[in-house]
Design a protein around this ligand. Structure first.
Ligand code: GLC
Length: 667
C-alpha cells in the first residue's frame, strides 16, 4: 500500500527546509530593471535559493516515490513466494475443505486494486454521487458528499478525481507528482506538457489583455473591467482604477516594457480628478479620484467623451478611498520602471498627489492614525461590515504615504507634506503592528482581557469584550503564524482575514519582517481554507445566517462563500506571488499559480469563484475579467524574474523602526 499523500508532502516540506541555500545566482543582477544594488535590503539570492529548493523538493519527492516503488516490488515478490509456498503446502496436506490463513482471494483482490492506482477504487462511487448531486464534491476520501458551504475543511490533502473536461490542463502540482511518480517518463512528459499549456495560457492572456484596451483620441488609456459577451455589461465596460493596477504592472513588467498606456492612464485619471464632483447637492473633496471611467463615442458629433464615476453612480454611493492610493502606488511603479522623472515632476502630478494626501492627512477629531472609512469604499465595494478602519485601506494608505515620500518634491508646499507624512507613517505603523496583529499568543491575551479599564495604563485599550471573539478564530489560529485582523475600533475587533490588506502590509513593510513571515506561515498552515482549489479567498470566513443578514443587509450577491463574502478571486494571485517572493518563499506562489492554471483559462478567466474551496465559477461572475488575466500574468512575470518584485515592493525604512521602540516603552 502506498503512503498517503499528506506524508509525502510532509517529507517534501521537511526536505525543503533542510536544503542548503545555494549562493546568489544570475537573478541578482537581472538587467530587466534597476539593479538590486539600489535596494540594499532586497535579497534576491533568497528567491533563487528557494526556487532551487522547489525543484529540490520535487526531486526528493521523486526519490521517495522510487524508494516506495522498490519496497512495494520487494513486498510483492515476497508475497508471491509465500503464496507459492502455501499452495505447495496445501497440495501436500490435501485439505480441500478449509482455506489457508492469510490472504484470501478477496483480500488479494483488494490489495491489487489499491496498488493499481490510488483514486481508482472509489472513482465509480464518487462519480455516482456526483451524478446524483451536481454540486457534490468529487472526493476520493469521503463516502458522503458535502455541499460546498458546510463542514470544516479537512487539513489532510485529498486526492481529487479528475473531471473529464479537466484532463488536458495537467500541471506539475505536487498532486500530479504523486500521481505520476510511478513512472519517471510519464512524470517528465507531464511536466513538459504542463509547461506547454502554461506557455499557451500566457500567450492567450496577453492577447486578451490587448483586446481589452480602451482608447481615447487614439491613445490607450486603460482596460475594460471585463469583456463577457454573455453577461449584461452594467459598469464592467468601464475602466476601473483599482482593476487597472495589475494591468499597468503587466505592461511595466513586460520585456520590453510598454509604459505608454500606464502614463496615459495616470494622466487621464489625474485630469478627471480636476472635475467638480457632486453627489446630490454635496460636493466631494477635490482630491477624490474616480472608481471608474468610461469613454463614450458621440457618433453624431464625432466626439469622444469621458464619463467618470466618483461613487455617485456606484451601488451604495460610496467614494472609492482606494483609488487615490492605487494611483500613487502605480505612479511610483511607473517611475521606478521607466525612470521618467519628468512625469513625476510635472506640477500637475505633484499637485494631484498633494490633493489625495490632503484628504487623508487633514486634522480632525481622530485619536487613531488610521483612516476612518465607510463600508464599500475599496475592492469590497458593497456592504460587508468593513466600515471603520479596514486593514485593506490602512495598508494601502501606508503604502501610498511611503511612495509619496519618494515622489514628492519639497517645492511649492511639498516640504510641509513630507513632514506630515513622516509623522503619520510612524504612528500608523506603530498602531497597526501593535493593535491589528493577531497570533496564538495575542489571541490568548485577548481571551484573558480584563474590561472596563481606565487611564493610559489600560492593557485592553479599546475595551474589547473577550466574549466577542468568534468561535471560529480559536480553531483557525495555528500555533505557527499570524495575521493582521480586519478592523480595530472601540470595543470592536473584526477577526476576519483579508488577503489584500495582509499582502499589501508585506509589500509596503507595514508588517514587521517577523510578521511578514508569520503571515506566510499562516497561509501555508491554512492552505485549504485560504487557497483551496482556486486562489484566493478575499476574506475568511464567510458571514452566514444572522450575521450575513445584519452585516450585509441580506445582500444576495454576497451570500456565504460567494463574491466578497468568502469568494475566491484569481486576480489576488499577484499579491500572493509578490508577498511570497518578498518573504523568500516563491514555492507558495508557484503552488497557487499551478492551481489557477488548471482551470482559469478553461473557465474563461472568471472574476471570482464560489464555494468553501473555491470550486465553482461565481454565481454572478463575469468571464474574461481583465484583472483576473493581468493578475495571473504578473504573478508569472514575478516568478520568472523575481527582480520584477521591485516594481511593487518597498524596502524597510530603518528610520521608521526607531521611534516605534521609544514609544512602545510607554505602553
Ligand atoms: C466589482 C468589484 C470591484 C471591481 C469591479 C470591476 O464591483 O467588487 O472590486 O473593481 O467589480 O471589476
Amino acid at each position: 500500500m502506498s503512503k498517503p499523500l499528506g506524508e509525502y508532502l510532509k517529507e517534501e516540506k521537511e526536505a525543503e527546509e533542510a536544503a542548503a541555500r545555494p549562493p546568489p545566482s544570475a537573478h541578482a543582477t537581472s538587467p530587466e530593471i534597476d539593479s538590486p544594488g539600489s535596494d540594499p535590503s532586497m535579497k534576491l539570492s533568497d528567491f533563487t535559493a528557494d526556487d532551487d529548493s522547489v525543484s529540490f523538493g520535487l526531486q526528493r519527492l521523486k526519490e521517495i516515490a522510487e524508494a516506495a516503488e522498490k519496497k512495494k516490488k520487494a513486498e510483492k515478490n515476497k508475497k508471491k513466494k509465500e503464496k507459492k509456498k502455501m499452495k505447495k503446502l496445501q497440495a501436500e496436506k490435501d485439505v480441500g475443505s478449509s482455506k489457508t490463513e492469510g490472504a484470501t482471494p478477496s483480500d488479494e483482490d483488494d490489495s491489487t486494486k489499491s496498488e493499481e492506482g490510488s483514486g481508482t477504487c472509489e472513482k465509480s462511487e464518487s462519480a455516482e454521487l456526483a451524478k446524483k448531486d451536481p454540486l457534490s464534491p468529487e472526493k476520493c476520501t469521503g463516502t458522503s458528499a458535502t455541499p460546498p458551504s458546510t463542514g470544516k475543511a479537512k487539513k489532510s490533502v485529498k486526492l481529487k478525481l479528475q473531471r473529464p473536461d479537466e484532463a488536458p490542463k495537467q500541471t506539475t502540482s505536487l498532486l500530479m507528482s504523486y500521481q505520476s511518480m510511478r513512472s519517471p517518463e510519464l512524470s517528465a512528459l507531464i511536466v513538459e506538457s504542463s509547461k506547454e499549456s502554461s506557455a499557451a495560457m500566457v500567450e492567450e492572456a496577453w492577447e486578451r489583455l490587448k483586446k481589452s484596451y480602451v482608447y481615447y483620441r487614439g491613445k490607450p488609456v486603460g482596460t475594460l473591467a471585463a469583456m463577457d459577451p454573455t453577461a449584461e455589461a452594467l459598469n464592467y465596460n468601464q475602466v476601473f482604477v483599482r482593476d487597472f493596477v495589475p494591468t499597468g504592472l503587466a505592461c511595466l513588467m513586460k520585456n520590453p516594457a510598454e509604459p505608454e498606456i500606464v502614463k496615459n492612464f495616470l494622466l487621464k485619471t489625474l485630469h478627471l480628478q480636476g472635475r467638480e464632483k457632486m453627489v446630490d447637492n454635496f460636493t466631494l473633496g477635490e482630491g477624490v479620484l474616480p472608481a471608474s471611467f468610461k469613454v463614450s463615442n458621440d457618433s453624431d458629433r464625432a466626439k469622444e467623451t469621458i464619463v467618470a464615476d466618483f461613487g455617485g453612480s456606484a451601488i451604495g454611493r460610496v467614494a472609492p478611498v482606494d483609488s487615490g492610493f492605487w494611483w500613487i502606488i502605480l505612479l511610483w511603479s511607473y517611475n521606478r520602471c521607466t525612470r521618467d522623472h519628468a512625469l513625476v515632476e510635472l506640477p500637475a502630478v505633484q499637485n494631484g498627489m498633494k490633493l489625495i494626501l490632503n484628504l487623508c492627512l487633514s486634522d480632525g477629531f481622530d485619536t487613531f492614525p488610521t483612516l476612518l472609512c465607510a463600508d464599500g469604499c475599496s475592492m469590497i465595494d458593497r456592504r460587508m461590515g468593513i466600515y471603520g478602519y479596514p486593514i485593506e485601506i490602512q495598508a494601502l494608505f501606508y503604502f501610498a504615504l511611503r511612495c509619496a515620500m519618494q515622489l514628492l518634491k519639497p517645492e511649492r508646499g511639498g516640504k510641509e507634506f513630507l513632514e506630515r507624512i513622516d509623522k503619520r507613517i510612524i504612528a500608523l505603523s506603530f498602531h497597526i503592528q501593535k493593535y491589528y496583529w493577531l497570533d496564538f499568543t495575542h489571541l490568548n491575551n485577548i481571551y484573558r482581557y480584563k474590561t472596563e479599564e481606565y487611564s493610559h495604563t489600560a492593557v485592553n485599550k479599546f475595551n474589547v469584550m473577550p466574549e466577542s471573539i468568534p468561535d471560529w478564530v480559536f480553531d483557525f489560529m495555528p500555533l505557527r503564524g499570524g495575521y493582521l485582523i480586519g478592523n480595530v475600533s472601540p470595543a470592536r475587533m473584526d477577526f476576519r482575514w483579508f488577503l489584500v490588506g495582509n499582502c499589501i502590509a508585506i509589500l509596503s513593510c507595514l508588517a514587521t519582517p517577523d510578521q511578514a513571515i508569520a503571515i506566510m506561515d499562516l497561509i501555508e498552515e491554512r492552505w485549504e481554507d485560504l487557497i483551496g482549489e482556486m486562489p484566493l479567498k478575499i476574506a475568511y470566513p464567510a458571514l452566514e445566517g444572522h450575521e450575513w443578514r445584519t452585516i450585509t443587509g441580506y445582500d444576495p450577491k454576497n451570500t456565504r462563500w460567494s463574491y466578497h463574502n468568502g469568494g475566491s478571486w484569481p486576480t489576488l494571485l499577484w499579491l500572493l506571488a509578490a508577498a511570497s517572493i518578498k518573504t523568500g518563499r516563491p514555492q507558495i506562489a508557484k503552488r497557487a499559480i499551478e492551481l489557477a492554471e488548471q482551470r482559469l483559462s478553461k473557465d474563461g478567466w472568471p472574476e471570482y469563484y464560489d464555494g468553501k474551496t473555491g470550486r465553482y465559477i461565481g454565481k454572478q461572475a463575469r468571464r474574461y475579467q481583465t484583472w483576473s488575466i493581468s493578475g495571473y500574468l504578473i504573478a508569472k512575470k514575478m516568478i520568472e524574474n523575481p527582480s520584477n518584485l521591485l516594481l511593487v515592493s518597498l524596502e524597510e525604512d530603518k528610520k521608521i523602526a526607531k521611534p516605534r521602540l521609544a514609544r512602545s516603552a510607554t505602553v
